[in-house]
Design a protein around this ligand. Sequence first.
Ligand code: PLP
Length: 378
Amino acid sequence: MSTAATLAPVPMNDLALQHATIAAQLEAAMAQTVQECSFILGPAVVAFEQAYAAYCGVDHCIGVSNGTDALTLALKCLDLQPGDEVITTPHTFGATAEAVGHLGAQIVFADVEDEYLTLDAARVAERITDRTRVILPVHIYGHPADLDPLRTLADDHGAHLIEDAAQAQGARYKGDVVGSLGVAGCFSFYPGKNLGAYGDAGGITTSDSAMATRIRSLRNHGQVAGGAKFTYGELGYNHRMDGLQGAVLDVKLKHLERWNVRRREIAKRYDEGLAGLDGLSTPSTAAWADPVYHLYVIRCNDRDALAAALKERQIQTAVQYPVPLHATTAFSDCGAAVGDLPVTEKACEQILSLPIFPELDDTQVDRVIEAVRDFFGA
Ligand SMILES: Cc1ncc(COP(=O)(O)O)c(C=O)c1O
């Protein structure tokens, strides 16, 4: 019998394994980009932008430097003024709210739904004002937020819906791929994402042609795309996508559906293996959602003890995220005190992410299930 010390680790992710499965395709695409010396933007980025726009069912995708910059550029296009408000979730990676803050707009946090941990339209309705310009839900862990009621609220108040879809490439809301449901969808292609580049990269999806044109200009220092060089229409940024990232993403996009199918299989295996444990809940799927399990997040009151027990058996876990944004220093001036957003605050004490990535095999999944069940004495 193997002891804990001799068990092979079960990691949260293994990018080397994924690379090995498509190494030849990736190396050919990267070699071509190097040969062309198309290091910034260029044909591979254009090819990826077109393919990703088609995949999401929108007219445009604009490749940018990372997901944070995708949010910044989408928000920048709405010409937010100081005092304008953006309502978002406190249960997210800091970049969501960071982008809002850098543009000088007021971040307003509304609590999440207990079941899916996505922005709760009923709580948004309590915080919406005539200064609200944007509602910014996050499809957290790859599970879409309930967008219809959020869009109705936005429409009723002359505000816009922007999706933070950084964790949800390929997820569907009522059959539509996310990124196609608001005025813009913002994606991160950070290496560990369901669709990950080989460095920082991001993208904005939209069917608003004027917005797409402006973002193409803004990402390139305000120079008009296709216009005169060194002529600046407005103050822009250097938020361009690298050619090599476009080459990698264009290859990897062809595998995304298959990888998401495998993530769903793993999630189903966890759902079944962990069912019926008193004190543990597995993630719920809403009727509107076809999630892609960027993360598989369980909830239990003994979270830290469970994580320690899994670590003993060489099983990695993570907590995404341990502290709600409004409880951190950077976001402490956003009008929400600790105690104001109880669903998020409670969830942060209970959540635990178990390993999930397409190359994880059933034996590894079963080891995780067995370890969790043993912890609960089941
Ligand atoms: C929900 C969410 N929004 C935004 C971002 C920012 O993306 P990036 O790290 O590519 O800037 C991330 C990245 O992890 C994220 O998870």
